[in-house]
Write a protein that binds this ligand. Sequence first.
Ligand SMILES: Nc1ncnc2c1ncn2[C@@H]1O[C@H](COP(=O)(O)OP(=O)(O)OP(=O)(O)O)[C@@H](O)[C@H]1O
Ligand SMILES: [Mg+2]
Length: 386
Amino acid sequence: MVKLICYNICGSDIMQLNKIKLVNFRNYKNLDLSFEKNINIFIGDNAQGKTNLLESIYVMAISKSHRMFIDNNLIKKDELYTKIKGTLLSNNRTTDLELLINIKGKSVKINNKIIKKTSDYISKCTVIIFTPDDLEIVKGSPGIRRKFLNIEIGQLNNKYLNVLNDYNFLVKTKNDYLKKITKETLDINYLDILNEQLINKAIIIYKYRNEFMEKVSENAKKIYKDLTNENNLLIKYNPNIEFDYFDQEQISNSMKEKFKKNVQREVLQGMSLYGPHRDDFKFFIKNNEIKEYGSQGQHRLAVLCLKLGEIEMFKESKNEYPILLLDDIFSELDENKKNNIIKYIKNDIQTFITTTDLNNINKNLLKNADIFKIKEGNLIKKEKNN
Ligand SMILES: Nc1ncnc2c1ncn2[C@@H]1O[C@H](COP(=O)(O)OP(=O)(O)OP(=O)(O)O)[C@@H](O)[C@H]1O
Ligand SMILES: [Mg+2]
């Protein structure tokens, strides 16, 4: 009842990107686009700019790409800067977001005001992206999974990224110190102080990550069952400091013990060896790790369930559905799964979909969609029945 009343007074419970403007972004020289519908489909041949356009929305929201770590590739070749501007409708208010990247670095603005802390920026516009590269979340190195965790939790809680920054700074300080000293010159009191500070930050990170992983695995498991009729997808968080359930004191004690026992090892290796910067998570189907035993389809499905599992979590946490970016996800799924997945991609979530072939898109989605044709970095809105 309360929710119904709020819905009527507050209006929409989704986040909507109304406009986007690109300058020198990858193969786009200048692009001005307005979106009127929730479902927006970008169709085009290979290498025309479909992924780039979804990436631009992602980069505007997150302030970095999902594709790689280097921002300079985002600037159109032979240009000196790129700018992405978006107008977002969220909580019944419009907000202007802006990201500028040039040789000196990047800066972000909200409503024309420079924002110093990225953490304050990336929680404004929440997005969930599905791309073929996501297979790396299952197959790739633990660093890829940690990057995923950090971005997703960071979108939900701006405090998380601040704590993570502090933690990373402490790890770097400790590593620099460990590299500099030897067994003989070690000041154990200084190391203890650093470790104490590290542990305090680590506990907060563990709390956020544990909560996120618990919820997302539960949701993903349900979705997997719904899509396949089998009840056996497990996404298991592997914190580097092992714990079965979150208990601040227990984690603190385990970390202290690890550090105490391994002083010589850390000095020898010149780095801090324990804590959240070494976390991971794993995917299992029927108790077999997908990375080792899974088929291509199982890899794809597992990561899709992970991402679909996030949708309701985002809604619960932010009171609004996030924006969905679906990069060519339908082409390799069987008909049954394609149709089932549509249930989760509701018409009332703003969704941007790319495809090379409209036949891959469910008819119900097409009915409610605006379709844009992309050719060499230019867009034309297609009139229906055209
Ligand atoms: N920094 C850049 N400057 C100019 N062009 C770029 C830049 N980065 C990528 N491109 C080009 O943009 C073009 C479109 O790439 P994009 O990945 O968006 O294609 P796509 O439409 O998604 O194709 P596919 O269907 O094969 O996935 C490619 O030719 C790519 O080489
Ligand atoms: Mg592409």
